[in-house]
Design a protein around this ligand. Structure first.
Ligand SMILES: O=C(O)CCC(=O)C(=O)O
Ligand SMILES: [Fe+2]
Length: 355
């Protein structure tokens, strides 16, 4: 079998995750995390808790300091006080679950085309060695509005589009508020980060769905990665946990708090903050009992904008760590294909030891 594997998409995976989870199949070798890199599954969340921040209080110095400290240590926090009601967050979860519960042929109407990133489907396959994720997803560009490909937005449930529209608008204003607050927390001008995103910044919505898996000891829902975004806002499943972040070489469970949204730093904010804010490695584990879903909203600068470390965050004690970059999304995808870490490729080489 293995010798017949081609790098061409779709051919390499004979059965979909959807089908295998329904049949209760043993995951095939392409899904197994190799060697002993799975990591400890010990729950260290008691030792290193994920901070909870009330985003309506970010005008206070105390909450602002909590923000700075969270983003420069674990790179994420649970946001409360964001103004979205519990019933609205439930509605977003409901429309996502409704769509994923549709018969496969219905969902295939929105299928991701080969070599496209938008639409419904499984992992995009870029290499034979790739370990595949035990998940399926629906990815949609939501901002700027002109980039929307509405034929990929589900018609069933009938309130999918209006719900996503409302979620987008609210998350966008929350993100703008956060970007201003992040700048203030470092004693910068409010617009230092936000202005780099530009008036036509991009936002992508990714609805993730993780079916039950018979081998959670060997198979991941999403393998370890950092987000390429500026920042990410994640609506987690109301009950089922699965997300873990790597802190001090330990995988920490991110608890589900039904009314909270998890905010995490992506690579592009790590660049703009000259490495002060951490784009943290995270992954999703599988389980044998329960389906899990999540909705991730990624915000990133206009691709043609040149972004780089804010000047006043660089000095002799903290030299500039990254060069200016455009189109980080493209750099990131190329690195992913080549098995490289994108952030490393935009780092300025440390020449101090060679002098
Ligand atoms: O499902 C989750 O909790 C996280 C998903 C994620 O990391 C992503 O979509 O980038
Ligand atoms: Fe992620």
């Amino acid at each position: 079998m293995a010798s017949n594997l081609k790098v061409s998409e779709e051919k390499s995976v004979p059965k979909s995750v959807q089908e295998m989870s329904m049949n209760g199949d043993e995951p095939p070798s392409q899904y197994l995390v190799k060697g002993n890199s799975f990591g400890s599954v010990m729950d260290s969340s008691i030792l290193i808790p994920i901070p909870i921040i009330d985003v309506s209080l970010l005008s206070s110095e105390c909450e602002l300091e909590k923000l700075r400290s969270a983003l420069s240590s674990v790179g994420c926090f649970q946001a409360i006080g964001h103004g979205m009601s519990d019933s609205f967050l439930d509605k977003v979860r409901e429309v996502a679950k409704h769509f994923f519960a549709l018969p496969e042929e219905e969902k295939q109407k929105y299928a991701r085309a080969v070599n496209e990133s938008e639409g419904y489907g499984n992992d995009r396959i870029v290499s034979e060695k790739q370990v595949l994720d035990w998940s399926y997803r629906l990815t949609l560009h939501v901002l700027p509005k002109a980039k929307r490909r509405l034929f990929l937005w589900p018609k069933d449930p009938s309130d999918f589009s209006e719900t996503l529209e409302e979620f987008t608008t609210t998350v966008k204003s929350m993100m703008d508020h956060l970007l201003r607050s992040m700048a203030r927390s470092l004693n910068l001008e409010e617009g230092s980060f936000l202005d780099q995103f530009g008036g036509q910044s991009l936002m992508m919505a990714r609805f993730n769905f993780y079916p039950r898996c018979s081998r959670p000891d060997l198979v991941l829902g999403v393998k370890p990665h950092t987000d390429r975004s500026g920042i990410t806002v994640l609506l987690q499943d109301k009950e089922v946990e699965g997300l873990q972040v790597l802190v001090d070489d330990k995988w920490i469970n991110v608890p589900t708090i039904p009314e909270a949204l998890l905010v995490n730093i992506g690579d592009q904010m790590q660049i703009m903050s000259n490495g002060i804010f951490k784009s943290i490695l995270h992954r999703v584990v599988t389980n044998t009992e329960n389906l899990r879903m999540s909705v991730a909203m990624f915000n990133e600068p206009e691709p043609e904008n040149e972004i780089g470390p804010v000047e006043s965050l660089t000095d002799e004690t903290r030299p500039r760590l990254y060069r200016n970059v455009k189109n980080y999304g493209v750099i990131n995808y190329k690195c992913y294909q080549e098995g490289k870490i994108a952030l490393e490729t935009v780092k300025i080489a440390d020449t101090s030891h060679h002098k």
